[in-house]
Design a protein around this ligand. Structure first.
Ligand code: AMP
Length: 649
């Protein structure tokens, strides 16, 4: 078998890895422009669809490709599960091979060359030559790429696209390289989790109501495209085809997904969902926050939506011409449907069970629901009624890590099984970081990570990733806990971002600690049937002693007495010994709860959208540092009341 499709990276790397295309197909030079023929094995998986459509678009509707594609078989669930089982049975070997492949493919990269690997690809040499890095250390290389230096800097092949991470931790988006291989790993993750999900919750001929949004596309100084990683995925040529194979096609047209105005896109997603309500078999988004946000919006606009459906005319509030044009093809006067929806909404009590009422054939809700998404779960369950909540996979703009292969577990218990062939993974034991100077000090120590199959159940680790797009031994900044193993690959629980959030004195509180404190105080609010819509925090050092500030947006007006009680509860709920002891001796001042106007967190979201973040990847900043002046300004300008805790008086 000779495979020399000159510029065809996908096909080459895919087949090289023993990838399977479609049954007995011979794809000749006239199709792929390769010398000789590719004899394809008698096995099939959805990935061929990806290749097929991509090539098809490249080669401009060659009739033989069209015919070939029409005969493509369906996604083979059992095959994907089998393959995952076999890869995870020998995860250590697969890791070694993955590292070898990454290092060979990128052997000419200046970064690797300078580290003296000299062609060695074994884990030992890799670890001894290549340092652990964070984004900061790679920035000089990344900025050269962004500025248009096309030489092999971090990867063998030139990087032409960048991903923008949401940047909510640092306050500004970060650039990370994107390439075809990352798209490929995305599809591998999607296929794996879909296979396991579909075994437990089968869907057929489905449409998905997916609240997904393309981000603005920026051009860097050197002419590279830069958008969020999710937008890079949605815009990849093979994406739609792959989603069709996974029965996960979004029911909204592209004009809605990539529309320039978030609210108009959201409105039309809802409208499309209602138009196709019988066919919608699941409701999804990348991060669960977008689903909650969408149905909160639905509560405000449902009558307008019904009106549009009744008349067959889109509201004049949607003004983007391309969206109006696309929606006009779907929207026909349908008074009957409008009445059904109207009646259903009127019959609900406080919108409980809204999603299954609107979408009678929905089998589940799907999106990332762990980590910083946990605060939205309560509201999501409320809208979902009896429908199961299935958390999606675990990854980042830098690359994917693990898939949810136990979809029956509720989000609170969810774990993610690492795919050993999509990257090379190392784990820094948190205990090791702690033993260096008593507390986890994530950046100043010289940790010794362990390999994927060397991790221990019950231990917490910081993840280090080597990906096929130029990141080598990259500290992702996430803390995970090993809950068990799937064959020989670990099943991880996402714990938190590694950086400390709140720290004034000897206190140390993380995102998780903040979340628990807010959860405890929100229980008091629930007594007045109110909820915390969203929250953030800040360390106020403007006066001595410094103190914690918690910003809250609530669903309605709570009594002053209750809010004061909430501020006490928040103060008492930070149980870290450093905090409580500092509070007792007044080295840290009384916690302040600042209640902000309704819509304040929407303004923060809008601000991040302006910076290039897409809603699909948005995570509310849980702590606003002093340098994040714009967000701090939005919060401060919208404070309506503030309450000082008396819990330690
Ligand atoms: P971004 O690169 O902006 O998309 O953000 C990636 C980050 O989102 C990761 O580093 C995690 O902190 C978080 N994240 C991604 N997937 C999950 C998940 N399944 N559970 C919890 N947090 C996640």
């Amino acid at each position: 078998m000779e495979i020399l499709p000159a510029e065809d990276h996908f096909l080459r790397s895919f087949v090289k890895r023993g990838g399977y295309l479609r049954s007995g197909a011979h794809i000749g030079r006239d199709i792929y422009g390769c010398r000789g023929l590719i004899q394809v094995k008698r096995e099939t998986a959805g990935l061929f669809l990806v290749l097929g459509e991509l090539e098809w678009q490249k080669r401009q509707s060659n009739p033989s490709v069209v015919r070939l594609l029409e005969r493509v078989e369906e996604f083979n669930m059992d095959k994907v599960i089998q393959e995952f089982e076999s890869l995870t049975k020998d995860a250590e070997r697969v890791q070694r091979e993955t590292l070898k492949r990454i290092l060979e493919d990128n052997a000419s990269a200046e970064y690797l060359q300078s580290l003296g690997l000299n062609g060695r690809t074994d884990p030992h040499s890799f670890k001894s030559c290549v340092p652990l890095v964070t984004h900061k250390e790679l920035e000089p290389y990344i900025y050269r790429i962004i500025d248009g230096d096309a030489s092999p800097i971090l990867t063998g092949k030139t990087i032409t696209t960048m991903s923008l991470s949401s940047g909510t931790t640092q306050g500004k988006p970060k650039y990370v390289p994107w390439n075809d291989e990352l798209f490929e790993t995305t599809m591998q993750i999607y296929q794996t989790s879909f296979a396991f999900r579909n075994r437990e919750f089968p869907i057929k001929n489905a449409k998905a109501l997916s609240f997904i949004y393309g981000s603005k596309q920026l051009k860097t100084k050197g002419g590279l495209a830069a958008r969020t990683a999710t937008s890079n995925v949605f815009r990849s040529a093979g994406y739609k085809c792959a989603m069709r194979a996974l029965q996960s096609q979004c029911c909204s047209p592209d004009e809605v997904i990539f529309g320039p105005d978030f609210f108009q896109s959201l409105y039309c997603h809802l409208l499309c969902g209602l138009i196709f309500r019988e066919e919608v078999q699941f409701v999804s988004s990348t991060f669960a926050h977008s689903i909650v946000h969408a149905f909160r919006t639905f509560e405000q606009v449902w009558e307008e939506l019904c009106n549009d459906i009744r008349e067959g005319v889109l509201t004049s509030n949607v003004t983007v011409p391309s969206i109006r044009m696309a929606m006009s093809k779907l929207l026909k006067p349908n008074p009957e449907l409008a009445n059904v929806i109207h009646k259903k909404c009127m019959g609900l009590s406080n919108w409980y069970g809204l999603i299954p009422e609107l979408f009678p054939n929905a089998k589940y809700i799907y999106g990332i629901m762990t980590g910083s998404m946990e605060p939205y779960l309560k509201k999501l369950s409320h809208y979902a009624g009896e429908l199961p909540l299935l958390t999606a996979d675990y990854g980042s703009s830098e690359g994917w890590i693990a898939a949810n292969v136990n979809p029956r577990l509720p989000p609170e218990k969810a774990t993610y099984a690492v795919l050993p062939h999509i990257g090379y993974f190392e784990f820094i034991p948190l205990s090791q970081l702690e033993s260096i100077n008593g507390e986890p000090d994530f950046l100043s120590s010289d940790p010794q990570p362990v390999g994927l199959t060397e991790v221990k159940v019950g231990e917490e680790y910081e993840i280090v990733m080597t990906n096929p797009a130029g990141l080598y031994r990259y500290r992702l900044g996430d803390v995970v806990k090993v809950m068990g193993f799937h064959n020989s690959t670990p099943e991880l629980k996402f714990i938190r971002r590694s950086s400390l959030l709140l720290n004034i004195n000897i206190d140390k509180n993380t995102e998780k600690d903040l979340q628990l404190a807010v959860e405890a105080a929100a229980k008091l609010l629930a007594e007045e049937r109110l909820e915390v819509v969203d929250f953030s925090s800040h360390v106020d050092l403007s006066k001595e002693p410094g103190h914690y500030v918690i910003f809250w947006e609530t669903s309605g007006e709570a009594s002053e007495e209750l809010l004061h009680e909430c501020s006490n509860c928040l103060d008492k709920s930070f149980v870290d010994a450093g905090y409580t002891s500092s509070r007792k001796v007044n080295c840290i001042g009384a916690l302040e709860l600042r209640v902000v106007k309704r819509g304040t967190f929407q303004k923060i979201l809008d601000h991040y959208l302006g910076l290039g973040t897409a809603v699909s990847q948005y995570k509310t900043p849980r702590c606003v540092g002093p340098t994040n002046t714009k967000v701090l300004q939005i919060l401060s300008e919208n404070v309506v009341k503030s309450f000082i805790s008396t819990a330690f008086n």
